[in-house]
Design a binder for this molecule. Structure first.
Ligand code: PLP
Length: 443
């Protein structure tokens, strides 16, 4: 606790991220502590965490082994640069991460966030093609409704207009977008992956390639399951088709697994879950249970070798962060991955996903619900928007759930759920019963 922690803070100085600052500061919701599945707010109320913080606290809050590892690390080696010097745990962490990635993606670059991971992966794609003498491959393909963080690379390939419009004049040139795959007319209330549209949506990539020519395209980046724009599941066959098309044309495929990595779908990665292996995987969040900021990129070995071998000597990839492989991050990563393994949390997520999906789909018929989407321990409950006021209904559901002691997330008019993988069946029931009760009270 800081010395002044008994005095209520002045809320005016902090410019809060992705927040309606004026509304928040008028009605703040302040969390004081967290343990296991629960937050406690500054009024002492317990709040069930239905969102694993922000899709990141996969092993639950305040895990003792992680806290102890951080404590030890802070006392032993507080900081070490990774520029031409290093510390052993950074290599151990990379080895452990590589072991969880799909076969072949065993070179690991460490960052501090999902946004940094995305921009790193995009740069790697460009560096790779250049190293192979195909430096004209500079075009990047994202997807409508994609979220890839907030760096200039990430918002350029991202497909969320409010994140782009203020900066539209300086987005990366040479970016194109696939159509999004959300289709309520065909796929509403699908259980698991929707049946309709997989090849149809992926084939749009062939049209983009025909327009620009494959020889100009460096990479395609998609979230295998899109979380931030409302839990959009890949239709059956979609990811497989994207893989086949990119491979045919020598285009790198990047899966942004910032939310799906480390157990969310009941496997180490969505790539493993869907059985589709990209060339690069971006990760963050769950890699260290959000105990400190950390992220990274897992890269196919041949990409690393092409870039490293092409250099004449000296630094091969002019990119990195002061805090890449920060000792606190690698300590958190190592202890988190040990916890996932020891407690079998990815398997636990898989075995709970049926009960979780049943509880979510039981909301069909509740007021305002126009679609329910579930996969692994992820659920999206889409509500009919209020006429002329998109997002307002879901915002009210979020507020009322919080008042009822349950933290959910909303994006547009979709309520998104992604609880810690340690959730118990009784807590799954509490989560969905609260949402159901709240839906019956909002107009
Ligand atoms: C798919 C995806 N990519 C990137 C990011 C950005 O991560 P960060 O907020 O750590 O920069 C997010 C964050 O939610 C995400 O969901």
């Amino acid at each position: 606790m800081s010395p002044a922690s008994s005095v209520a803070p002045d809320l005016s100085h902090l410019w809060m991220p992705f927040t309606a600052n004026r509304q928040f500061k008028a009605h703040p919701r302040l969390l004081a502590s967290a343990k296991g599945m629960y937050y406690t707010d500054t009024d002492g109320r317990r709040i069930l965490d239905g969102t694993a913080g922000l899709w990141c606290v996969n092993a639950g809050h305040g895990r003792e082994s992680i806290v102890a590892a951080l404590h030890r690390q802070a006392e032993t080696l507080d900081y070490a640069s990774s520029f031409n010097i290093g510390h052993e745990d950074s290599f151990r962490a990379a080895t452990e991460i590589a072991a969880l990635m799909p076969e072949g993606l065993d070179r690991i670059f460490l960052t501090n966030s999902g946004s940094e991971s995305v921009d790193t992966a995009l740069k790697m794609a460009l560096a790779y093609h250049r190293a192979r003498g195909e430096g004209q491959r500079t075009r990047l393909i994202g997807r409508e409704r994609g979220y890839h963080g907030v760096g200039f690379g990430g918002i350029s390939v991202g497909g969320i207009s409010p994140n782009r419009k203020a900066f539209s004049g300086v987005l990366l040139p040479g970016v194109d977008h696939l159509p999004h795959t959300h289709d309520l007319a065909h796929n509403a209330f699908s259980r698991g992956q929707p049946a309709w549209g997989g090849e149809h949506f992926a084939d749009a990539l062939e049209s983009i390639i025909a327009l620009h020519d494959a020889s100009t395209i460096a990479a395609v980046i998609v979230e295998p399951l899109a979380g931030s724009t409302g839990v959009l599941l890949p239709p059956k066959g979609y990811l497989e088709r994207l893989r086949a098309i990119t491979e045919k044309h020598g285009i790198l495929l990047i899966f942004d697994e910032v939310i799906t990595g480390f157990g969310r779908l009941g496997a180490a990665t969505a790539s493993e879950f869907f059985g589709v292996t990209p060339d690069l995987i971006t990760f963050a969040k769950g890699v260290c249970n959000a105990a400190v900021p950390a992220g990274g990129v897992a890269v196919r070995r041949g990409i690393y070798e092409a870039v490293v071998d092409a250099a004449e000597g000296g630094i091969e990839f002019f990119h990195g962060y002061t805090f890449s492989a920060h000792p606190m991050a690698t300590a958190a990563i190592l202890s988190t991955l040990e916890l996932y393994r020891d407690e079998g949390l990815f398997e636990r997520a898989r075995s709970l996903s049926g009960a979780f999906g049943d509880a979510a789909h039981a909301l069909k018929g509740a007021p305002h619900v126009i679609d329910i989407r579930t996969l692994g321990l992820v659920a999206g409950i889409e509500l009919e928007p209020r006429p002329g006021r998109p997002g307002a209904r879901a915002a009210e559901v979020f507020n009322r759930c919080f008042d009822q002691g349950v933290l959910v997330r909303y994006t547009g008019d979709t309520i998104a759920l992604s609880p810690p993988l340690i959730i118990e069946e009784a807590q799954i029931a509490q989560l969905f019963e609260t949402i159901s009760a709240v839906l019956h009270t909002v107009d």
